[in-house]
Design a protein around this ligand. Structure first.
Ligand code: ADP
Length: 250
């Protein structure tokens, strides 16, 4: 299993009950998964916990059997080790892409390879070119972010994340900053990345996107209430909250 979340509890101080309540799920390697749930279900909190932007009180988050986030790291050295393990294995594609405006497309993609992974510039450029071509951006390699369309900006953000060779790539609402007419293009990009074997987890409100994925997890009140292939979860939901969610989409 690539991404395994076990018994995660996140209780914001002052709130009457926890936002994540012993939340657990387990994703097989290379799956393209949609994380669905009505507003307030805990999706963003979960994403922040996985990314290490939020502490949690109980539970563990593992990639390939290695704990990348937990609550038992008591020393600075242990916390440092967990952080290093997470950085090596995780990528995030931000809702608004967060490209560096003063860097060309290829320099956006090579920056972390050179500065964080300490790769020589030539090797970093070769890697970035390979990934940009893979995502159909061969004609945009040397332009500035402001010259890109919204869909292209997103593909550059995905290429930048893929250059670091993550095991798991997370997306925060990938269709929310784009024109609805681009949904099919976004799905196609996710499917292209799927072909590379990276495990992808996509927080989305978009039923069209969710239907095109391999696996769907539905969150409600801080727990996974059902999970499985979209035909099963969205076609014949077993939980009332999932049916409610689907009603909003129809
Ligand atoms: P979703 O992304 O599914 O809409 P969130 O994870 O944003 O859900 O929020 C779930 C609930 O957690 C919210 O309704 C709120 O009660 C609580 N929550 C989220 N962030 C905070 C915070 N920073 N401080 C206090 N409570 C929060």
């Amino acid at each position: 299993m690539t991404l395994k979340v076990t018994g995660v509890v996140r209780h914001y101080p002052g709130n009457p009950e926890p936002t994540l309540k012993e939340l657990s799920f387990d994703l097989p390697e290379g799956t393209l998964t949609a994380l669905l749930g009505k507003s307030g279900a805990g999706k963003s909190t979960l994403l922040r916990c996985v990314m290490g932007l939020e502490p949690f009180e109980k539970g563990t988050i593992e990639i390939d059997g290695v704990v990348i986030r937990g609550t038992t790291e008591s020393t600075a050295a242990e916390r440092h080790l967990a952080l290093a393990r997470a950085r090596e294995r995780l990528g995030l594609v931000f809702q608004n892409f967060e490209l560096f405006p003063h860097l060309s497309v290829i320099d956006n993609c090579t920056l972390a390879l050179i500065k964080v992974k300490r790769q020589p510039e030539a090797a970093a450029k070769a890697k970035a070119r390979e990934v940009l071509v893979q995502l159909g951006l061969e004609h945009r390699i040397d332009v500035w972010p402001e010259q890109l369309s919204g869909g292209q900006k997103q593909r550059v953000a995905i290429a930048r994340a893929l250059c670091m060779e993550p095991r798991v790539l997370l997306y925060d609402e990938p269709t929310s900053a784009l024109d609805p007419s681009l949904k099919a293009e976004v799905l196609q990009t996710l499917q292209r990345v799927d072909a590379t074997g990276v495990t992808q987890v996509v927080v989305t409100h978009d039923i069209f996107l969710a239907k095109g994925m391999e696996y769907v997890c539905v969150l409600d009140h801080g727990q996974v209430i059902e999970a499985g292939p979209p035909a099963q979860v969205l076609g014949a939901p077993s939980h009332e909250s999932t049916r409610e969610l689907l009603k909003h989409w129809q």
